[in-house]
Ligand binder design. Structure first.
Ligand SMILES: [Zn+2]
Length: 158
């Protein structure tokens, strides 16, 4: 098992509480580039996982995504957990990712983010795929994502 923390940061003008819109009605599709820890094969497309779907791994274990490596055919799975953090100027933990047999290389942001504007209204469909966004009022710049392997686990990834 490898545990990662996805950390995010952004410079926000006229807005706050920037975060993934992620609830049972609108589950966020977390997209990651991954690599198999057994055969080291990269997938050329991101995997996509939501925290509201569960698939059986064994009789006692469920995961948000179960897949077979297309090269070595090993079963790999992944769970995601939303942490409390919002994107701020300081890098903040946003999501915890626990994988079995997968190394997380990067997070692929999309248009499923939301924030509050200066009037406290929720603004949705914020697209962070290009690293910034504006609607003329709110301006989001310098969006940065880091996938951090939790300490003491680096050796297990090999
Ligand atoms: Zn593999």
């Amino acid at each position: 098992m490898l545990t990662y923390t996805l950390k995010g940061s952004a410079q926000i003008t006229n807005g706050f509480n920037l975060e993934p819109l992620d609830n049972p009605e609108y589950p966020f599709d977390y997209k990651f580039m991954v690599k198999c820890t057994r055969c080291r094969a990269h997938r050329d497309k991101p995997i996509q996982v939501t925290r509201y779907e569960y698939f059986p791994v064994t009789q006692f274990v469920n995961a948000n995504l179960v897949m077979k490596c297309k090269d070595c055919k090993s079963e790999r799975y992944i769970n995601v957990e939303r942490l409390e953090g919002k994107l701020e100027s300081e890098s903040t933990p946003i999501v915890r990712i626990v994988t079995h047999g997968l190394e997380i290389l990067s997070f692929i942001a999309d248009d499923q983010f939301q924030c509050q504007n200066a009037e406290n209204e929720t603004v949705q469909e914020i697209d962070l795929s290009e690293g910034g966004w504006t609607d003329g009022e709110i301006a989001i710049r310098n969006v940065r994502w880091d996938v951090v392997l939790e300490r003491g686990q680096a050796a297990l990834a090999l």
